[in-house]
Design a protein around this ligand. Structure first.
Ligand code: TYD
Length: 207
């Protein structure tokens, strides 16, 4: 597969959307057709699964159901959108991917990171990101930013301890896989964050 596959991770409210748009513009300037997508979602079926997962009324959802629904949404996105785009040589930027499951379900819910990767291998096949940007922000700050915006979904309604485990989980993964997962301080200015992301992209894809 010739294309470029980059994922952006981070706690709720860490400013991923702004950076994804800037990264897309940068990759277009480099001559890449770019596909921006998000998880859970990005296809009609995956968006339908997203509605189930995030519905605040479904308080009885078991953690394993949650893990499998995220993986199901991902399998559809990979097969319908990401793999074909990479085969065509496009750049794909995905807002959240398998590391979200590793930290939210694996660590936040306590299902275990290795279980999460095992389940997700079925959904991913050989489609793996070469670079994962982690927008590093304390859980309290992320939740504060979100609360100002909208009504909270089922995941965002979890208590602060859950969101702290998520952020710690991301930090641990970044330590474990430093060649792929790059933490960037999300409190920096939009421009500073963008230029750090660009330098990581150049190191990996344009050298
Ligand atoms: P979303 O509104 O996309 O969050 P954000 O705007 O912060 O990116 O909601 C997705 C929620 O689902 C978010 O709380 C993280 C969670 N999530 C998981 O728990 N596991 C996963 O595998 C994915 C992709 C997301």
């Amino acid at each position: 597969m010739e294309g470029i596959f980059i994922t952006i991770e981070g706690p709720d409210g860490s400013g991923k959307t702004t950076q994804i748009e800037l990264l897309r513009e940068y990759l277009e300037k480099k001559g890449y057709d770019s596909v921006v997508t998000r998880e859970p979602g990005g296809t009609v079926i995956s968006e339908a699964i997203r509605e189930i997962i995030l519905n605040p009324e479904y308080k009885e959802m078991s953690y394993m159901t949650e893990l499998l629904l995220y993986a199901a949404a991902r399998a559809q996105l990979v097969n319908q959108i990401i793999r074909p785009a990479l085969i065509e040589g496009k750049a794909v930027i995905c807002d959240r991917f398998v590391e979200s499951s590793a930290v939210y379900q694996g660590i936040g819910r306590g299902l275990g990171v290795s279980t999460v990767y095992e389940v997700n291998n079925y959904a991913l096949g050989e489609v793996k990101p070469k670079l994962t940007i982690f927008m590093d922000l304390d859980a309290e700050d992320g939740i504060k930013r979100k609360k100002n915006q909208t009504e909270l979904d089922r995941m965002e309604q979890e208590d602060i301890e859950f969101h702290k485990r998520v952020v710690e989980g991301y930090r641990k993964l970044a330590e474990l896989y430093p060649e792929r997962i790059v933490p960037i301080d999300a409190t920096l200015s939009v421009e500073d964050i963008h230029s750090r992301i660009v330098s990581e992209v150049e190191k990996r894809f344009f050298k």
